[in-house]
Write a protein that binds this ligand. Structure first.
Ligand code: P5A
Ligand code: ZN
Length: 517
C-alpha cells in the first residue's frame, strides 16, 4: 500500500508520511531513497483504505490530529487543537441556528440523587449509566450527586421556579456542555463516549401539547438545516415505543449511514408531553386564572456530528470537509525554484492576504517541505481548496486550483480567485451532498422477508413493513435494531407507506432496520 502522489505537474514521488518533517532528523534525503525502501516505510504508515472503515477511522482521527486516544480512562478522549478547530466551526453553525430562538444557559454538572430519581421512566432508562459523586474529600455526602447524563432533572426543578403564568411561556433554552454516561457497549472516539464533551441540549416549555408538537417540527427543521450545511444526508425515523427517550411521549431520531453500513444516531428530538411537568410540578396560570401543567420538548446533538462529518465525506487520503467547516478553507502553496523564490512568495502572500481580508481561513504554506509533502498534509487535513503558484503562474498572472473532493486541476487568473471562492464552496457542498446521498441510496433496500432482512443488514438499512405488535418488533430486533417508522429519507424509495408486516402479515407501516453504532 502506497500513495502515488503525482498530483503535481512538477514532480512525481511517493510520499512517505513517516519522513515528512523528519528528513533532517533521520539524516536522509528522501529523493535518494530507493523505491523499495520508500514502499517499505509507506506500508507501515499509510492510512488504511476507507473500505476498512474501522481501521481507517481510528487511524485518521489521530493522524489528522483530531482526537488523541491515549488518555488513560476508557471512553474519554482528548481534542487536539486541529480537531477542536473543526468542532468550533461545526458548533458555530449549531449555535447560529439555536440562537435564532433559544437563549443560551448554563446549569450545574451535578444533580442531587433526589431530583434525578423523581421521574420513574427517566431514572429507569439511565440508572445503569450514571456516575456518582459520593464523597467531598473523605466525608460521605448526605445526598449523593450524579454527574449529569443529560440535564432534564437539573433544569426542570428550576423551570418550576421560573414559570408562573402563561406570560412566561414559551421558554426555550439550550446549553453546550459535557455529560457523562457509563456506556457498556464498545466505546469509540466521537461516537460512543463516557464523557460526551460537546452535548448540545435544548429544552423548551409550552402552554399546550399542540405547541410542543409545533416545536418538535421546528427542531427537526433546525437539525435538517444543520446536517444539510454539513452535507450529511439523514434518515429520520420515529423510534419504536421500546426505544424512545426515557420519559418521552415519542422520539424522532436522525440517523446517518456509516461507510460500513451501520447507522449512527446523530440527533434526537423528543416530545415530553406533560410527563416531566407533572413530576416536577411545572404549572402555569392561564389567562382565565386556572392552572395547567406545561408541555415540554427537548432535543440533542453530540460530537457524533463530527464523527459523521469525518466518516461520510473522507477518502483514502484523509479528511474531506465542506468548505464552511474546514479549519483550512484555502491553502496556497508556493512552488519554489532557485532564483524565482522572491516573486513566487510575493504572489502567494498577496493572494493569501486578499483571501484573509475577505474573512476566509487561509494558510500560505511557506514551510520548506517539498510540494508533494505539503499536498499530502493538506489532503490529510481536508483543506477544501488548494492553490499552487510557481514561476510560470507568476509570469502568467494565474494559479493552479484544485478542490479536495476532485482529482482535476485547472488554471485561473489569480485576481479572479477571491471572488470565485464563494461559488466554489457552494458547488463543493453540493457535490459532497450528492455523493453522500448516492452512497446512502445504495445502502437502503426494501426487504420482503426476514431472510432478506438478515442478508441485507450486513450491507445497510433494510426497509420493511412492521405492525404495531411488540412481538413482531422484538422478533425483528433479534436480527438488528428497529430504527422505527420512516418519517423522511433524502431520496425517493419505491416502497409504500403501508403494507404487510414482514413478521406476521398483518397491516404494518414502513420501518427501517439496521445494525447500529
Ligand atoms: C435530548 C437532549 C437526550 O439526552 N436530553 C437532552 C435528550 N437525548 S439522547 O438521545 O439521549 O442524546 C442526544 C444525542 O446524543 C448523542 N449521544 C452520544 N454521543 C456520544 N456518546 C454517547 N455515549 C452518546 N449518547 C448519546 C446521540 O446522537 C443522541 O441522539
Ligand atoms: Zn406483525
Amino acid at each position: 500500500m502506497h500513495f502515488d502522489c503525482n498530483f503535481t505537474p512538477y514532480l512525481s514521488l511517493k510520499i512517505n508520511p513517516d519522513l515528512i518533517g523528519h528528513e533532517r532528523n533521520l539524516n536522509i534525503v528522501p529523493e535518494v531513497l530507493s523505491q523499495a525502501q520508500e514502499v517499505m516505510i509507506m506500508e507501515k504508515k499509510a492510512l488504511p483504505p476507507k473500505s476498512e472503515f474501522s481501521e481507517w477511522y481510528h487511524e485518521l482521527i489521530q493522524r489528522a490530529e483530531i482526537m488523541d486516544v491515549r488518555y488513560p480512562v476508557k471512553g474519554l478522549y482528548v481534542w487536539f487543537p486541529f480537531g477542536f478547530r473543526i468542532r468550533k466551526e461545526v458548533y458555530g453553525i449549531l449555535r447560529e441556528i439555536m440562537d435564532r430562538e433559544h437563549d443560551e444557559v448554563y446549569f450545574p454538572a451535578l444533580i442531587p440523587e433526589t431530583e434525578l430519581g423523581k421521574e420513574g421512566e427517566h431514572i429507569k432508562g439511565f440508572e445503569n449509566e450514571v456516575y456518582w459523586v459520593t464523597h467531598g474529600g473523605t466525608t460521605p455526602l448526605d445526598v449523593k450527586l450524579a454527574l449529569r447524563p443529560t440535564s432534564e432533572t437539573a433544569m426542570y426543578p428550576m423551570f418550576k421556579l421560573w414559570i408562573r403564568s402563561h406570560a412566561d411561556l414559551p421558554l426555550k433554552v439550550y446549553q453546550i456542555v459535557n455529560t457523562f454516561r457509563y456506556e457498556t457497549k464498545h466505546t469509540r472516539p466521537l461516537i460512543r463516549l463516557r464523557e460526551i464533551t460537546s452535548f448540545k441540549e435544548a429544552h423548551t416549555v409550552h402552554a399546550t401539547f399542540e405547541e410542543a408538537e409545533e416545536q418538535v417540527k421546528k427542531a427537526m427543521s433546525y437539525y435538517k438545516e444543520f446536517y444539510d450545511r454539513l452535507a450529511i444526508p439523514c434518515l429520520i425515523c420515529r423510534r419504536p415505543e421500546w426505544d424512545k427517550f426515557p420519559g418521552a411521549v415519542y422520539t424522532m431520531a436522525f440517523d446517518t449511514i456509516m461507510p460500513d453500513g451501520k447507522t449512527l444516531q446523530i440527533g434526537t428530538v423528543h416530545n415530553l408531553g406533560d410527563n416531566f411537568a407533572r413530576t416536577f410540578n411545572i404549572e402555569y396560570e392561564m389567562p382565565n386564572g386556572e392552572h395547567s401543567f406545561a408541555y415540554q420538548t427537548c432535543y440533542g446533538i453530540s460530537e457524533r456530528c463530527v464523527a459523521a462529518l469525518i466518516s461520510v465525506h473522507g477518502d483514502d487520503l484523509g479528511l474531506i470537509l465542506p468548505f464552511e467547516v474546514s479549519p483550512v478553507q484555502v491553502v496556497v502553496i508556493p512552488v519554489l525554484y532557485k532564483g524565482k523564490e522572491e516573486a513566487v512568495l510575493k504572489a502567494a502572500r498577496e493572494l493569501g492576504e486578499e483571501l484573509k481580508r475577505r474573512g476566509y481561513r487561509v494558510v500560505v504554506d511557506e514551510s520548506d517541505e517539498r510540494p508533494g509533502a505539503k499536498y499530502y498534509t493538506w489532503e490529510l487535513k481536508g483543506a477544501a481548496i488548494r492553490v499552487e503558484i510557481g514561476p510560470r503562474e507568476v509570469d502568467e498572472g494565474t494559479a493552479v486550483v484544485s478542490f479536495r473532493d476532485e482529482k482535476k486541476k485547472f488554471s485561473v487568473k489569480r485576481d479572479e480567485i477571491p471572488e470565485k471562492v464563494e461559488e466554489w464552496a457552494k458547488e463543493m457542498r453540493e457535490r459532497l451532498y450528492a455523493r453522500a446521498v448516492e452512497a446512502m441510496k445504495e445502502r437502503v433496500k426494501y426487504c420482503n422477508s426476514l431472510e432478506e432482512v438478515e442478508e441485507w443488514i450486513k450491507k445497510g438499512v433494510a426497509l420493511v413493513h412492521l405492525c404495531d405488535s411488540e412481538e413482531c418488533g422484538a422478533k425483528l430486533d433479534e436480527i438488528a435494531s428497529v430504527l422505527g417508522e420512516v418519517f423522511e429519507l433524502p431520496f425517493e424509495v419505491s416502497a409504500e407507506k403501508k403494507g404487510k408486516c414482514v413478521v406476521c402479515g398483518r397491516e404494518g407501516r414502513l420501518n427501517a432496520v439496521a445494525r447500529t453504532y
